[in-house]
Design a protein. Structure first.
Length: 90
């Protein structure tokens, strides 16, 4: 899991702020508030599950991970034909 250097916000004024919504490191390091010494912007998926389990409980953690699984499966399904027909396979 990746996190942003800037705390998440749903404020209307932050809707176009890429530092709030995009976790890509190449984008994050351009933020004037970026601190290169901060090394906790990544978390192994098992640690994320454990954190969610301890803060939100088993049901919430399981529902969240089931939702993430669904998003990943549907994303892969949406590009499966393109990937199957890709002539640039290794």
């Amino acid at each position: 899991a990746r996190f942003t250097n800037t705390p998440y916000s749903t404020a209307k004024s932050d809707l176009k702020n890429p530092y709030v919504h995009l976790t890509n490191h190449a984008i994050q390091k351009r933020d004037v508030d970026y601190d290169p010494s901060v090394d906790d912007l990544k978390m192994p998926i098992q640690d994320l599950y454990t954190h969610m389990l301890s803060t939100h409980g088993q049901d919430a953690a399981d529902r969240c991970f089931a939702g993430m699984h669904g998003v990943i499966v549907n994303a892969l399904r949406s590009v499966s034909q393109v990937m199957i027909n890709d002539r640039h396979k290794a």
